[in-house]
Ligand binder design. Structure first.
Ligand SMILES: Cc1cc2nc3c(=O)[nH]c(=O)nc-3n(C[C@H](O)[C@H](O)[C@H](O)COP(=O)(O)OP(=O)(O)OC[C@H]3O[C@@H](n4cnc5c(N)ncnc54)[C@H](O)[C@@H]3O)c2cc1C
Length: 335
């Protein structure tokens, strides 16, 4: 039987959003503490759901379950918050392996300098991450299930007896704090890696907003705020979070070679991805403190793989008390 005490969730990026959504659906009481950080990965994310692998369709069966679960979860979230967050957006790949221009509207091509070896992938979608995070937060506020504050581990007791924070008792605490977990005394032994991505936000009145465009590693995603998200890079060594000017200049030059359409740069942002050695997420329980959990390490796939991983975690390990799929990695590094 579930405890009557709520589960305390720290963080409301996509991990905390999906976890609180699963608990809400399962009727398990919970409370979230989050301090909004618009520079975190979930706000900067491209939030693409793509069942295909790279430029070919080799990975489709492996990824299709993730894709189907993700689509279904975002549809359910849409119903709860009453806003559209899932937008189908076919992906048009330039320099594709199996290029065939037949299915591509002629008008679309007039906006690009290159017109050969194009491939259209229909089953791709974008999540409106900004709206989802904002409106899910409002939903939690209406249900008095979220506190806007900075969680302070000094005020947590968890070692002897039940979890307590600021004089309240909880059945469990689950950290969904993204890259902040690197410096947590509980989880600092986990093998997080350091990775950040730069993004340009572009304005272009001419580019068709119904498609995602990709050439080499560059993607252009139409965003509901009328900009195009353009990114991204993978920087593994950096000392600060200053947007990378060299990358921006190279990207603008590449865009000018690729696009005939006019564009202007509205902003340049960057964010850290919560990546891990071996790309295995950290989703499970602390081996020494069984009421302390973590839902992190979603890496480059928080929006696409997060829904399946987090559904499994709640089903397996919160509802059915079985070991979580990714528990062995926590047992190895936190013991
Ligand atoms: C440039 C870029 C492009 C990406 N593109 C895609 C994509 O196309 N598709 C995809 O699936 N994924 C993509 N990702 C990856 C995805 O964005 C991440 O996997 C995901 O956002 C991680 O979410 P998170 O909730 O674990 O962490 P975060 O987004 O970092 O959220 C952590 C939350 O915890 C809060 N927090 C931390 N510490 C505290 C504290 N002490 N007290 C209170 N609150 C706290 C933070 O304020 C924040 O709200 C991309 C990432 C980047 C950076």
């Amino acid at each position: 039987m579930q405890s009557a005490d709520p589960i305390l969730i720290i963080g409301q990026g996509i991990a905390g959003t999906l976890l609180s959504f699963e608990l809400f659906n399962a009727g398990i009481p919970f409370h979230v503490i989050d301090q909004v950080d618009p520079s975190c990965a979930s706000w900067a994310s491209g939030a693409v759901l793509n069942p295909y692998s790279g430029r070919t369709i080799k990975g489709i069966s492996r990824r299709s379950q993730m894709y189907q679960v993700a689509r279904s979860k975002y549809k359910q979230l849409e119903t709860l918050i009453g806003s559209k967050i899932l937008h189908p957006a076919p992906l048009l790949v330039f320099d594709a392996d199996d290029g065939n221009n037949d299915a591509i509207p002629e008008m679309l091509l007039t906006l690009f300098r290159q017109k050969d070896n194009l491939q259209l992938f229909e089953e791709v979608a974008l999540v409106d991450n900004t709206l989802l995070l904002k409106e899910w937060r409002e939903f939690l506020e209406q249900n008095q299930s979220i506190t806007n504050s900075l969680f302070d581990i000094e005020q947590l007791s968890y070692q002897d007896g039940p979890v307590r924070y600021q004089n309240k008792q909880y059945s469990k605490i689950i950290f969904c704090t993204g890259v902040a977990a690197h410096s947590s005394p509980l989880f600092s032994r986990l093998r997080f890696t350091q990775n950040r991505g730069d993004v340009l936000l572009l304005r272009s009145a001419q580019l068709d907003r119904n498609y995602i465009y990709q050439k080499d590693k560059l993607r252009l995603l139409p965003r509901p705020d009328q900009t195009f998200w353009c990114g991204s890079n993978y920087l593994w060594a950096y000392d600060d979070m200053v947007p990378n000017q060299e990358w921006a200049e190279k990207t603008i030059a590449q865009l000018k070679r690729w696009l005939k359409a006019d564009f202007e740069v509205a902003a340049h942002i960057c964010a850290k991805r919560p990546t891990t050695a071996g790309q295995i997420p950290f989703i499970g329980w602390h081996p020494l403190f069984p009421d302390v959990g973590i839902c992190n390490g979603l890496g480059t796939k928080g929006f696409s793989a997060g829904p399946l991983w987090i559904e499994n975690f709640v089903q397996e390990s919160i509802l059915n008390k079985r070991p979580a799929t990714f528990q062995p990695v926590l047992d190895k590094w936190c013991s």
